[in-house]
Design a protein around this ligand. Structure first.
Ligand code: G4P
Ligand code: NA
Ligand code: NA
Length: 194
């Protein structure tokens, strides 16, 4: 997605060989016009999948997920993060390990909002190691709903999440895939083959 690549080139800050800071439009300040285009792009890519619900995770997945829900005309649910949950019959829960923070968190959604007759599209901001995506997939499994696929705003192609998920036969649509952040330079996958 060209406008997203341009935005990353203009405003993204490479913090290290594996962290890209995009606080000016995605993770802190949000660019609503860009988010709207992102939502429309995901909607276009999954138009034929008869999605009935979008599932995301707080906090940075919510903006692109909401715009996708708007474009597809379906509700958006975001999983909540807790340090540790008292077991509840009213929740679907999965454990997510963060390599960045070196800790596990439970994520959960209410059983009220996704059912076995739903077709779910998962949306998140980043795909790195894939732990958040796997947690969301475990939640979809518990609901009995169908999973149409996963939409990612920025995939870091040099980290293993994307391959792990695609190897399971799950459709992953990333709007941009970063090949490398080495030497402070953002290199996109497409450019390598151009
Ligand atoms: P992963 O296995 O799911 O890929 O997660 P990881 O532990 O690697 O990352 C944990 C958090 O860091 C997630 O956000 C994820 O979106 C974010 N993240 C991963 N790589 C990058 C990156 O290069 N740049 C930025 N800006 N974020 C990255 P989170 O802790 O769930 O926070 P929130 O922002 O959604 O609230
Ligand atoms: Na996220
Ligand atoms: Na994040």
């Amino acid at each position: 997605m060209q406008i997203l690549k341009d935005k990353i080139r203009q405003e993204g800050k490479v913090l290290s060989d594996n962290v890209l800071k995009v606080d000016s439009f995605l993770n802190h300040q949000i660019d609503p016009t860009l988010m709207k285009e992102i939502g429309e792009e995901f909607a276009e890519r999954f138009r034929n999948s008869t999605i009935t619900k979008i599932l995301s995770i707080e906090s940075s997945g919510i903006a692109p997920a909401t715009m996708t829900g708007l474009a597809l005309g379906v509700p958006v649910i975001f999983a909540r993060k807790r340090k540790s949950l008292t077991l509840s019959d009213d929740l679907y829960t999965a454990s997510v390990y963060s390599y960045t923070k070196k800790e596990s968190n439970d994520i959960s959604i209410s059983k009220d909002f996704i059912h076995d007759d739903d077709t779910v599209l998962i949306i998140d901001d980043f795909l790195a190691n894939g732990q958040a995506a796997f947690g969301l997939m475990k939640i979809v499994e518990q609901t009995g709903a169908s999973l149409a696929g996963i939409g990612i705003v920025i995939e870091k192609g040099f980290q293993p999440g994307g391959k792990l998920i695609r190897d399971r036969g799950i459709r992953v649509e990333s709007l941009t895939t970063i090949r490398s952040l080495q030497n402070g330079i953002v290199e996109f996958f497409e450019e390598v083959h151009a």
